[in-house]
Design a protein around this ligand. Structure first.
Ligand code: AMP
Ligand code: ZN
Length: 462
């Protein structure tokens, strides 16, 4: 049994798919106006682990992740310039060039993190007619109204508004900025469609003149289009709970008259210096910046897996160093297991497999599952252990099958020892076994032991 924590009910609930054996899953994707940062990537590592856990359990997953290439304004609550347009102006390119470039960069990052590509990645700009249709329906059903600058959803018409964030309507109104848009009947009404100024560079024809869609309607439309009216799981970061997802629920339920999402799952933030990691706060690192600092993408993935997705994760370079060392050690230990011809009792392997499955199926307790892996690695070296770990890696996605001798074991040699080790490597390559043995003895006298593996020699301090 898989249990997932559902934000709407604030409970861990048994996961029961709508169609037995199959899962439809929607994840809010990136707004492709600049490089994604490591904090954003936490959301996609979580999405990926969820999918992998479902697949590990034999479920066939259709994963949909949208690409927002229009309509996401500088503030999530419909204020300011469109992020795409702003970026296009800054970089002196068209919004489509901006979108293409940053979409490419985004997938390069997710590939490097070994995040499986979603089954469908629809772009908002490819779904404008469907968005117009949905806005029309909401107007017909009297959930929306037209103003001088757009079409707005009237939250007062939707009694369930605030159900996801558990914030009552009057509390939200109290907190909202009232000076923003005088055309709105209620300050927290949100845009379904924005009318464009004549010189706005992204605009489409609509029954309300030229304009562009609101950000929230994009996800209501694309989830419905690719997964059907009711689907299993919707994911996103916790920042989406109070506005974006609340609005999505209001639009979809008002339009279709039914509850459209069965489980809402949200990942917590990655923090830096106690605050949310965010480009606009200038405290965010991209994956390439981290790679330059010596943290390869799979170390970044390992770092994310160490903390449960519903807990905040603190980014520090000390913690990243620890993740790097641990990941290297993990690969090193697995390598030793892989080299061993010894056998492990099937019952022992089964015990670890069961513990692992219990952890991942308990609302994705990946940190606990990693703990099970580490404990298993302490068993006597055997290839069976390695193979069990590789099966677990279907969930971790850490490329454990690329097990390699621990880098640290080989590198920390002073110059004189390193020179001898190098000569010995050359001697072995030339099949000069006598010289190779002589150099081994030399290293031995200097206090180093030498191990020959099929991937070369490993020299360690005795
Ligand atoms: P955006 O491209 O800004 O819409 O964000 C993409 C995803 O990253 C959303 O699901 C956000 O909730 C998530 N996100 C943004 N910043 C962070 C962070 N510091 N930690 C975790 N997730 C984040
Ligand atoms: Zn969304």
């Amino acid at each position: 049994m898989i249990k997932l924590y559902d934000t709407l009910t604030r409970k861990k609930r048994e996961f029961v798919p709508i169609v037995p054996g199959k899962v439809g899953m929607y994840s809010c994707g990136p707004t492709v106006y600049k490089y994604a940062h490591f904090g954003n990537m936490r959301a996609y590592v979580f999405m990926d682990c969820l999918r992998r856990v479902l697949e590990y359990n034999g479920l066939e997953v259709k994963s949909v992740m949208n690409i927002t290439d229009v309509g996401h304004l500088l503030s999530d609550a419909d204020e300011g310039e469109d992020k795409m347009v702003e970026s296009a102006k800054r970089e002196k390119k068209s919004p489509y060039e901006i979108a293409d470039f940053y979409t490419g960069q985004f997938f390069a990052d997710t590939d490097a993190l070994n995040i499986k590509r979603p089954s469908v990645t629809p772009k908002a700009t490819d779904n404008i007619p469907e968005m117009i249709e949905m806005v029309k329906t909401l107007l017909e059903k009297d959930y929306a109204y037209e103003t001088g600058d757009g079409i707005y959803f009237s939250v007062e018409k939707f009694p369930g508004y605030g159900r996801l964030s558990k914030i009552k309507l009057d509390e939200q109104m109290h907190g909202a900025r009232v000076d923003v848009n005088e055309n709105k009947r209620n300050p927290i009404d949100f845009a379904l469609w924005k009318k464009a100024e004549p010189n706005h560079i992204m605009q489409w024809d609509s029954p309300w003149g030229k304009g562009f869609p609101g950000w929230h309607i994009e996800c209501s439309v694309m989830s419905n289009k690719y997964l059907g009216r009711v689907f299993d799981i919707h994911t996103g970061g916790v920042d989406h709970i109070p506005i974006h997802h609340e609005n999505e629920i209001a639009q979809s339920e008002a339009c279709y008259g039914i509850k459209t999402t069965n489980y809402w799952l949200h990942n917590e933030f990655m923090l830096y210096d106690g605050g949310k990691m965010s480009k606009s706060l200038g405290n965010a690192f991209t994956l390439s910046e981290l790679a330059e600092k010596g943290y390869e993408p799979l170390v970044c993935r390992y770092f994310c897996l160490n903390v449960h997705y519903r807990q905040k994760i603190n980014f520090t370079f000390e913690a990243m160093d620890a993740a790097k060392t641990a990941y290297e050690r993990l690969l090193g230990q697995l390598y030793q297991h892989k080299q061993s011809a010894a056998k492990t009792d099937a019952a022992v392997l089964e015990k670890y497999k069961n513990k692992f499955e219990k952890a991942i199926n308990d609302d994705l307790n990946i940190p606990l599952a990693l703990g099970v892996l580490w404990t298993m690695l302490k068993e006597r070296k055997s290839k069976d252990i390695y193979e069990t770990a590789v099966r677990m890696d279907e969930v971790f996605g850490l490329k454990l099958n690329e097990a390699r001798p621990q880098k640290a074991e080989q590198t920390e040699l002073p110059d004189d020892a390193a020179a001898i080790a190098k000569r010995r490597e050359e001697a072995r390559a030339a099949k000069n076994w006598a010289l190779s043995d002589e150099l081994r003895n030399k290293l031995d006298e200097m206090g180093y032991s030498v191990k020959d593996t099929k991937d070369g020699q490993i020299v360690t301090k005795k």
